[in-house]
Design a protein around this ligand. Structure first.
Ligand code: HEC
Length: 89
């Protein structure tokens, strides 16, 4: 896998389009939707690629597979970069 460094601002913009609806502000997690901020870039990248490939990794993966399908490699890199440093006060 190419270690491209993501664009944090672009990642934030993309995050706030759809991801925020389930994962909450800055990826802090809401109810049954997991917290996704503060993880290593490699961790988030590999999760999103796995979902994009249509592979289930948890009980509610079908939701994430739907969300990850349209993501480009660049969007995944940007999202991972944003989420690594995202914090919510
Ligand atoms: C419809 C609600 C919903 C939306 C929208 C959504 N997610 Fe998720 N997300 C989930 C659920 C539910 C899980 C747990 C899935 C499972 O059981 O495998 C999850 C899991 C994840 C995980 C893995 C967490 C872990 O540590 O295992 C990541 C990363 C993630 N989402 C990122 C995103 C990103 C980035 C977006 C926007 C492109 C997004 N999600 C949009 C519901 C959503």
């Amino acid at each position: 896998m190419q270690a491209s460094s993501g664009d944090i601002e672009a990642g934030e913009t993309r995050y706030n389009k759809t991801c925020v609806n389930c994962h909450g502000p800055a990826g802090k997690g809401v109810a049954s939707y997991p917290k996704i901020s503060g993880q290593e870039i490699a961790y988030t990248t590999s999760k999103l690629e796995t979902y994009r490939d249509g592979i289930k990794i948890g009980p509610n993966s079908s939701l994430m597979i739907m969300m990850a399908k349209p993501l480009t490699d660049e969007e995944i890199a940007n999202l991972a970069a944003y989420l690594k440093q995202a914090t919510y006060e």
